[in-house]
Design a protein around this ligand. Sequence first.
Ligand SMILES: [Zn+2]
Length: 211
Amino acid sequence: MEKTEKYLKALEVLVDSDSFEYNKVYQTDKHNISTNRYCLVATPRFGEYGTKSHGFSVFYDIKEQIAKPIDILAVTDSLIKLELVDVFEEDEIDCDACGGCGEVYFDFYHNGKSYEVEADCPVCDGVIYKKSDKPATKDFKDGQFIKIGDMCFYPQRVKELVAVASIIGEDVLVVSQYGNATMFKIGDDVYFLMMKVRSCNPEEIISTFEL
Ligand SMILES: [Zn+2]
């Protein structure tokens, strides 16, 4: 794979197609950047992408400090240890009374006057979604965290780091823990910034990586 192709795939890990603001790769003077609000990937600048002048200061403010290697295979193993739960999608209910919107208008007559009332549809009870019978996917069970250095992270964030590291195919260094974030350097020129959780109970920490 060409280098820029790898960079693009790495950036796409954090592109959130459902988001209005975070659904694309952005470009600054020196980098291409993508973020899902919880993590950020920065690669060297290549190609042409839309610019964004604010929102990336957290990345540019962090200075390289500790530069310790982290064993990404061990980090990957720590994800395998976690408990998973089924995630169900919600199916839309087909209601021919309200057309699926869950609300209907009633006409109410009293003393020759008519009153119009909007209320829950009496046929479907206004419930327009129901939990699907079959799980669509699996997700990490709540209340499980991974600790790196002195910060705790949601496993989903760590999974994103592992995905980016595996695309780039290079060793991972922890370069800084500063404020609310940890910066990882992947190979020579890709950076991954991960926001810590505000707090977690010691008994919820499933794996710890000392720095
Ligand atoms: Zn209905």
